[in-house]
Design a protein around this ligand. Structure first.
Ligand SMILES: [Mg+2]
Ligand SMILES: [Zn+2]
Length: 162
């Protein structure tokens, strides 16, 4: 069985400018590169779980979102970081889908596909719905804030404090 770090994208990995999809608006938050390197060193797979309601709202397309994720993977790869997979909910809230966080669907799919042990895995995100999604999936989940950013949590994990 593998272990994984499940990550929200906007506001957790990259700066959330609001409905970001242009690769030139991909700016990593402080400490994120070091945090992700730490997770990799500790043997975790990285899996991004993102709600992209901008697609359902017609602001941009699934292809745009995929291009953004590809740009993210390329820039992280240059830092020695591999993202195993991305899961995107493209729906607007009014579509009442079965994948939008805080529902656990995307995480549960990833657990199954990548043979991940939920008990050894973690979810980090900047919204209560991220934490709820992780908890609904049976995964330890923590909120990312400016004070407790992703690097803070990576160090907590490294020091076996969480
Ligand atoms: Mg977010
Ligand atoms: Zn959805």
């Amino acid at each position: 069985m593998n272990k994984a770090i499940f990550l929200d994208r906007d506001g957790t990995i990259n700066v959330d400018y609001g409905y970001v999809y242009q690769p030139e608006k991909l700016d990593f938050l402080p400490g994120v590169i070091e945090a992700l390197q730490t997770f990799c060193t500790l043997g975790y797979q990285l899996i991004v779980i993102t709600n992209q309601s901008g697609i359902g709202r017609g602001y941009y397309t699934m292809d745009d979102a995929l291009r953004f994720n590809q740009a993210m993977s390329q820039r992280l790869s240059a830092e020695g970081i591999t993202v195993t997979d991305y899961y995107i909910c493209p729906h607007a809230p009014h579509e009442v889908c079965h994948c939008r966080k805080p529902q656990p669907t995307m995480v549960l799919q990833a657990l199954s596909k990548h043979h991940i042990n939920p008990e050894e895995s973690y979810m980090f995100g900047d919204k209560a719905s991220d934490v709820a999604c992780g908890e609904n999936s049976g995964i330890k989940s923590y909120l990312v804030t400016p004070e407790h950013n992703l690097l803070y949590w990576a160090n907590q994990l490294k020091e076996k404090q969480i």
